[in-house]
Design a protein around this ligand. Structure first.
Ligand code: CUA
Length: 386
C-alpha cells in the first residue's frame, strides 16, 4: 500500500512540501540576520566581542574550506562524467605522497588557527575578576524568575540591595555574577554581553559581564534563561540596564531607600491587602511610624559556603520603578498589572497548584479572586513604590 501510494504521488502534491522547505530555509537564513534583539552578533562589551570574533574566524575558515571543496567536487563531476559512446574509466590514482602530505598539513594549520584563539578566549571568558572595583552580584535562579543581590551595597542598617528581574550595572565596569539555583538547572544568558552559563542547584557558577555603554532607559539589554526549566522557561527573561557610574550610584541610593508606608487613599487600602496576602511570598522594606522594617519571609540558601538570598517571590520594595514585570516579560503598566492581579496564569503560565510555602517551593502566583477594588488599590500601592 505504501509503495503504491508513493508511486502515485503526483507533482502538485509535492509542491506544498517544496514551499514548506523553502519557507524553512528562509527562516533559517533570517536567523543569521543579526538584527534580532537577542543576537550575539552585535556584541556590546569585550567578552561578547571575544566570542563573536572567534565565531567570525571559524565561520570564515569554514567558508573557505567549503568553497574550495565544492569547486573541486563540481570540477571532478563535470570533467570526469560518463559520456555517450565513451566507456573508458579515467586514470585511477592510488597513493600520491605530495597530495597526502598537503591534505594532512593544511588541516593541522587550520585547526591550530582555530585552537589558539579558542583556548585564549575560554580563559578570558572564564576568568573571575577580582579587586575593589569589581561589582559583586549574587544571582539566584527560580522557577521562573531571577533574583539579584548586590552583596557589597548596603544601607546604614546593613540591609543589602535586593531586586528581581532587572539587573542594573555601571558601564565599563567588571561585574562578577556569583550564581546558584533555588530549584532546577537554569542558564543565565545576556546575548550581547556574554555567553551562557548554567545556574545549577547546590553549585556556584560565575559569569563576568562588562558593558561598553549605558543603555537607553527604554532599551535595556534583553536576557533569557537558556536552559529548559519547565512550564514558563520561555518567559524566564530579564533585563540588563547599563548606566553611567553616576546614574548607577543614584539608582543604588533609590533602591536602598525603603518604600513609604501609605497612610491614606487607595494605596493605604492596597497596603492592607498587601500585608494580609502578598507578604506570604513577597518581601519589601517599608518605612512607617514604627521605623524601617522588612515585611515578608526572609529566606536564604547556603551553597559552597556562599549565602544566597532565596525569596519565595520577587522583592517588591521598588516594583513601581521597574520597566517590566513577570520576569522581564510584560511592560509594567496598569493594564498588564490589572490582568496579572486578576489571574497571573492568564499572562504567564504557572503551576501554583504545586506551591508549598513551608518547603520553599513556589511555582507561580495563584489567582486570589481579588475584587476590582482590591486590584485598583494594589496597583495604586505598587505604582507608588518606585
Ligand atoms: Cu530557567 Cu529556563
Amino acid at each position: 500500500m505504501k509503495h503504491a501510494h508513493n508511486q502515485h504521488e503526483s507533482a502538485p502534491s509535492r509542491r506544498p512540501r517544496l514551499i514548506g522547505l523553502v519557507g524553512l530555509l528562509a527562516l533559517l537564513v533570517a536567523g543569521c540576520s543579526g538584527s534580532g534583539p537577542q543576537t550575539a552578533l552585535n556584541p556590546e562589551g569585550p567578552i561578547g566581542r571575544t566570542i563573536d570574533e572567534l565565531w567570525e574566524l571559524v565561520f570564515i575558515l569554514a567558508t573557505i574550506v567549503f568553497v574550495i571543496v565544492q569547486i573541486a567536487l563540481f570540477y571532478t563531476i563535470v570533467r570526469y562524467r560518463a559520456r555517450k559512446g565513451d566507456d573508458s574509466e579515467p586514470v585511477q590514482v592510488h597513493g600520491n605522497t605530495r597530495v597526502e602530505i598537503a591534505w594532512t598539513i593544511i588541516p593541522v594549520f587550520i585547526l591550530a588557527a582555530i585552537a589558539f584563539p579558542t583556548v585564549r578566549g575560554i580563559f578570558e571568558v572564564r576568568a573571575i575578576p577580582e579587586g575593589e572595583d569589581v561589582l559583586q552580584v549574587q544571582v539566584t535562579g527560580h522557577q521562573w524568575w531571577w533574583e539579584f543581590e548586590y552583596v557589597d551595597l548596603t544601607d546604614e542598617t546593613g540591609r543589602t540591595l535586593v531586586t528581581a528581574n532587572e539587573l542594573y550595572i555601571p558601564a565599563d565596569t567588571e561585574v562578577n555574577l556569583t550564581m546558584t539555583s533555588a530549584d532546577v538547572i537554569h542558564s543565565f544568558w545576556v546575548p550581547v554581553l556574554a555567553g551562557k552559563r548554567d545556574v545549577v542547584p547546590n553549585r556556584v557558577s560565575n559569569l563576568t559581564l562588562i558593558a561598553d555603554n549605558p543603555t537607553p532607559p527604554d532599551a535595556p539589554h534583553p536576557g533569557q534563561c537558556a536552559e529548559y526549566c519547565g512550564l514558563a522557561h520561555a518567559d524566564m527573561r530579564f533585563k540588563v540596564h547599563v548606566r553611567s557610574q553616576a546614574d548607577f550610584d543614584s539608582w543604588v541610593d533609590d533602591q536602598l531607600t525603603p518604600a513609604e508606608l501609605p497612610t491614606e487613599g487607595a494605596a493605604a487600602a492596597g497596603y492592607e491587602t498587601f500585608a494580609n496576602l502578598c507578604v506570604t511570598c513577597h518581601n519589601s522594606t517599608v518605612s512607617g511610624p514604627d521605623g524601617i522594617e522588612d515585611i515578608g519571609p526572609v529566606r536564604t540558601i547556603e551553597v559552597d559556603g556562599v549565602t544566597f538570598t532565596s525569596s519565595l517571590g520577587p522583592n517588591l520594595t521598588h516594583f513601581g520603578g521597574r520597566a517590566t514585570f513577570g520576569s522581564g516579560t510584560f511592560e509594567n503598566n496598569r493594564e498588564h498589572l490589572a490582568q496579572w492581579l486578576a489571574n497571573p496564569a492568564d499572562l504567564k503560565p504557572n503551576l501554583w497548584e504545586l506551591n508549598d510555602t513551608e518547603a520553599g517551593r513556589i511555582l507561580g502566583m495563584p489567582n486570589f479572586n481579588l475584587s476590582d477594588d482590591d486590584i485598583n488599590n494594589l496597583i495604586a500601592l505598587l505604582e507608588g513604590w518606585d
